[in-house]
Design a protein around this ligand. Structure first.
Ligand code: ADE
Length: 233
């Protein structure tokens, strides 16, 4: 038990998939896992453990933003002996050619915040995903014939910004924007564990294309299937 997770240590698997939304964790667990057990409901941040192809996997909500995923991933790595965390989330695209529903495997994340410095004493603004987990995702996606795009994500602190960030995006070579990966990657490096971040593009900030909640639900599943396959490798 930790301040934010009431699960018993033995109820959390070595590999955890983390969608931002706890209800999405529920949906994924109910759709794909066998022998599913709800192992955490503190703050309604639902976490489920079950088996996929006979291997134990945990699906856990992370909440939104670096502070939230920072707390949960820290506790999972350091108090529950979790080895691998794969964030499965959504992102906005900064590029016309990265379209809604594309699947994006984050190679590295540019952080707005001081999270990496404060949590892991890392000075760099750009933090890399775990290379093993990142490569496994690429290989599994290829085997499943699912195209992934890859590169640098902007791990932003502010969803509703006041300014135009076109120049900032160009200067820092940012492809997509989400709000959690840099904290997850920094915690993994500090704990000497693996982290990856798979994203489905939900909106394009250039073309203004957006997806409906229902469409998102269906397309999100391609990414989930890659992550589950990686979890059982
Ligand atoms: N996740 C999905 N779309 C996003 C956006 N436009 N900004 C930040 N995070 C996002």
């Amino acid at each position: 038990m930790t301040p934010h997770i009431s699960a018993k240590k033995e109820d959390i698997a070595k590999t955890v998939l983390m969608p931002g939304d706890p209800l999405r964790a529920k949906k994924i667990a109910e759709t794909y896992l066998e022998n599913v057990k709800l192992v955490n409901e503190v703050r309604n941040m639902f976490m489920y453990t079950g088996t996929y192809k006979g291997v134990e996997v945990t699906i856990a909500g992370s909440g939104m933003g670096c502070p939230s995923i920072g707390i949960y991933s820290y506790e999972l790595y350091n108090f529950y002996d979790v080895e691998n965390i794969i964030r499965i989330g959504s992102a906005g695209s900064y590029k016309e050619e990265i379209k809604v529903y594309d699947v994006y495997n984050v190679k590295e994340a540019y952080g707005d915040s001081n999270y990496a410095k404060l949590a892991a004493n890392i000075d760099d603004k750009v933090i890399k995903a775990g290379t093993e987990l990142y490569s496994l995702i690429e290989n599994v996606a290829k085997d499943k014939n699912i195209k992934t795009l890859t590169g640098r994500a902007h791990s932003a602190d502010v969803f509703y910004r006041h300014d135009d960030i076109t120049e900032f995006v160009k200067e820092n070579e940012l492809d997509v924007v989400e709000m959690e990966s840099v904290a997850l990657f920094a915690n993994a490096i500090k704990a000497k564990k693996q982290a990856a971040c798979l994203l489905t593009i939900s909106d394009n900030l250039v073309t203004k294309e957006i997806t409906t909640a229902e469409e998102r639900q269906n397309n999100f599943m391609q990414m989930v299937e890659i992550a589950l396959e990686v979890a059982v490798k």
